[in-house]
Design a binder for this molecule. Structure first.
Ligand code: PAF
Length: 281
């Protein structure tokens, strides 16, 4: 695996790289979810590029940015074993050189849910992803659906700006007890890690209400998920949502595919997850 740090080194490495190029953008502290993205990219590409960049522009709280887990030796070993050919691990000044003064801001799809809870977050994500897409010039880029709204925002951006990189959404990878893989899980205490399994149990209860019990009233589904979360007093709920799977608008009545999502804090660590549900005809 070739490690490159600057835009010039990346350009030089890509000049002779066989096409198509598959790209996996990350913020590091890799886990099985990232490995699954690399495996998909590996199966569909002649060259696999990964970026590791903890993007300061997408963190509201500077403390959250500072606490984000980082370990290059660990990440590089995992990336190489998974099949990455080129690792782009730039510093902040390589991504945002002096004078950088552009923000990519996606519209309605970025406003609810994570956009409402974390003002400016999706501007930071869209800006860095647009820039990384331009630098890497991949045929395809792979994103995990645990960040459902992020995928929707990036797809909208790529479509609107006619970016030549195809956005490929990939399934959420879960621990055997249902907890979605996330770099943030590393910051949970053993007790918090056990408590966090309630997130997926709550989502499963919501899916069962819609697909099993035929519930169409979105408030009743929100209540079913909130009741499961309430079984764990150590969980602080940020939001519980039942939204249209395409527009992310909150639903009153569930007619078509819905995305059930939530953000909670456990041990002060903010965790998000989601599941899709479709009512029976
Ligand atoms: O999902 C992430 O890890 C980040 O938001 C991304 C897409 C790499 C942009 O910094």
């Amino acid at each position: 695996m070739l490690v490159v740090r600057t835009r010039a080194e990346l350009r030089a490495a890509l000049a002779s790289a066989p096409r198509p190029v598959g790209f996996v953008p990350t913020m590091g502290w890799l886990h099985a979810g990232h490995v699954s993205l690399v495996e998909r990219a590996r199966a569909e590409s002649a060259t696999v590029v990964m970026s590791i960049f903890v993007n300061p522009r997408q963190f509201g709280e500077s403390a959250d940015f500072a606490r984000y887990p980082r370990s290059e030796p660990r990440d590089f070993a995992m990336a190489e074993a998974a099949g990455v050919d080129i690792m782009f691990a730039p510093g902040v000044e390589d991504v945002y050189p002096a004078g950088f003064d552009t923000v990519v801001s996606v519209g309605a799809i970025s406003r609810p849910l994570e956009g409402a809870a974390r003002p400016g977050h999706f501007d930071g994500v869209a800006t860095v992803v647009a820039l990384l897409f331009a630098l890497v010039g991949a045929e395809r880029a792979y994103f995990g659906l645990k960040d459902y709204q992020q995928v929707a925002v990036i797809r909208r951006m790529a479509l609107d700006l006619a970016l030549p990189t195809e956005v490929v959404p990939c399934p959420t990878v879960r621990e055997p007890d249902g907890l979605a893989m996330s770099s943030r899980n590393a910051r949970l205490s053993p007790a918090g890690r056990a408590v966090a399994t309630v997130i997926h149990r709550a989502l499963v209860a919501g899916v069962a209400a819609i697909e099993g019990a035929g519930q169409r009233d979105a408030d009743a589904v929100r209540a079913a998920m909130t009741a499961v979360l309430a079984q764990e007093p150590a969980v602080a709920v940020d939001y519980v949502s039942v939204a249209d799977a395409l527009t992310l608008a909150e639903l009153a009545v569930i007619h078509g595919e819905a995305v059930l999502s939530m953000a909670v804090r456990v041990d002060g660590v903010r965790l998000i997850d989601n599941e899709l549900a479709t009512p029976r005809p």
